[in-house]
Design a protein around this ligand. Structure first.
Ligand code: FES
Ligand SMILES: [Fe+2]
Length: 438
């Protein structure tokens, strides 16, 4: 497939009417955390943070919560003469512009134009840009696409399960890179997990993924297409002889990564604009048979915190990062976010850090990247033909929790190979059965 800067120019933009922007606009995307917006269920007292100015897919928007407790997402600039509605006043049934007091509801209807004569119906001719929102799992999602194509909200278990604890990140991680070219490219990059996140931690690396080492056979790695995108699975060795890590991570389109123990986590890399990305993350840990948070989950949450790294981390670092297990870089002063460093330095400032594909030398280990690119090109075509892109679920099936498999499990070699060799259908069926039992 082509891999040139010219080809990149066709695909990197996320604004309305662009090929990739149109793909993103066929899915529900998280746009803010419930915590940041404030308010919420019950009597709503609009907080000082309300409304919020946000930017998603290159569009300038404001998010607010009216007295029903529901979030509304409107175009930032007033339909009258453009003043930012971020300075508007939240009222019971809408958002009122600071300049001449036009008031809009969550659907973008103009409810009042107080400077117009009382008998005027002019307001009925005004339709302000507004997008539908769904609030679930501590996140506010919006659909920015054509109304006729709006899909049912996807029932990811990480958002909808009630039988455990959910940890929702604060979404404070912003990354100077393009979602499609840099972040999606990285989701199925098996080798960077071993090298970028493994070799530089200031302790002997595990060398869990290799081409044959110390008499061991090469790490089995496989890539597969899925009903939601694509995935990879590995069976890698650990420090403990005879103990293997079965690892399965899914790239869920348009911009999610799903995996971790029991498929517990989902992270969204949402395009702010063509050159920057904001991460949202949720992880869900089911209770054990006694209705308690399993000990292993506590341990894992502790392992994920930087306390064992000895690094100079600031308070709240873990919450900011969510469950990215990045522990810093001993060769640099202080912690870095490895993925941020990896992706935001792939191209020069003058190109807004877009990678310079004309000069890249892709190699055999870049299969995950090529798979994601093929998938994306397919979705661009599908959307241009008016079809749903991959992963959109409609009809009765949309009412079920989505059984995306995904594991990080410590097993012996036989069990590991059994998992590794099981088909995608078997793994999906197993996950579906597990979700039904809950
Ligand atoms: S600019 Fe908003 S009401 Fe006039
Ligand atoms: Fe990474």
């Amino acid at each position: 497939m082509p891999f040139t800067n010219e080809d990149q120019g066709r695909l990197f933009q996320v604004g309305p009417g662009t090929p990739s922007g149109d793909v993103f606009r066929r899915y529900w995307l998280p746009v803010e955390t419930s915590a940041n917006l404030g308010g919420g269920r019950g009597p709503v007292v609009p907080s000082a943070k309300n409304p919020l100015r946000i930017k998603v897919l290159g569009e300038h928007l404001v998010l607010y919560r009216d007295s029903t407790g529901k979030p509304g997402l409107l175009g930032e600039h007033c339909s009258h003469r453009g003043t930012s509605l971020a300075y508007g006043r939240v009222e019971d049934d809408g958002l009122r512009c600071l300049y001449h007091g036009w008031k809009y509801d969550r659907e973008g209807a103009c409810l009042e134009t107080p400077a117009e004569p009382p008998e005027s119906n002019f307001r009925l001719t005004v339709k302000h840009p507004a997008y539908p929102c769904v609030e679930v799992g501590g996140l506010i999602f919006a659909y920015l696409g054509p109304p006729a194509k709006q899909p049912p909200f996807p029932r990811y278990p990480q958002l909808f399960r009630e039988d455990g604890v959910r940890v929702t990140g604060k979404a404070n991680r912003f990354q100077n890179s393009n979602v499609f070219l840099q972040t999606l490219d990285n989701i199925l990059d098996v080798w960077h997990r071993e090298i970028a996140h493994g070799w530089y931690k200031g302790r002997p690396p595990i060398h869990g993924i290799h081409h044959g080492r110390d008499g061991m056979s090469p790490t089995p790695i496989k890539y597969e297409h899925t009903p939601w995108g694509a995935c990879y699975a590995t069976l890698q060795n650990t420090r403990e002889p005879g103990v293997y890590e079965y690892h399965e991570t899914h790239g869920v389109l348009p911009c999610q990564r799903s995996g971790q123990p029991g498929g517990s986590s989902m992270n969204w890399a949402v395009p702010i604009d063509d050159y920057s990305t904001r991460w949202f993350g949720v992880s869900f840990h089911p209770f054990d048979e006694n209705g308690k948070v399993p000990r292993a989950v506590y341990q894992r949450m502790q392992n994920d915190t930087p306390s064992d790294s000895g690094g100079p981390f600031y308070d709240g670092w873990f919450e900011d990062v969510g469950h990215w297990w990045n522990l810093g870089h001993p060769l640099r002063d202080g912690p870095i976010w490895e993925d941020e460093a990896i992706m935001s330095t792939q191209g020069p400032e003058e190109r807004n850090r877009l990678p310079d594909w004309d000069r890249w030398r892709l190699a055999t280990s870049d299969r995950g990247l090529l798979l994601m690119h093929e998938l994306w090109e397919e979705q661009v075509e599908r959307v241009q033909e008016g079809l749903d892109p991959v992963g959109i679920i409609r009809g009765e099936a949309a009412e079920q929790l989505i059984p995306i498999p995904g594991e990080l499990r410590y097993v012996d070699c036989d069990e590991g190979m059994r998992l590794f060799n099981s088909t995608l259908e078997e793994r999906i069926d197993a996950r579906a059965a597990q979700l039904v039992r809950r």
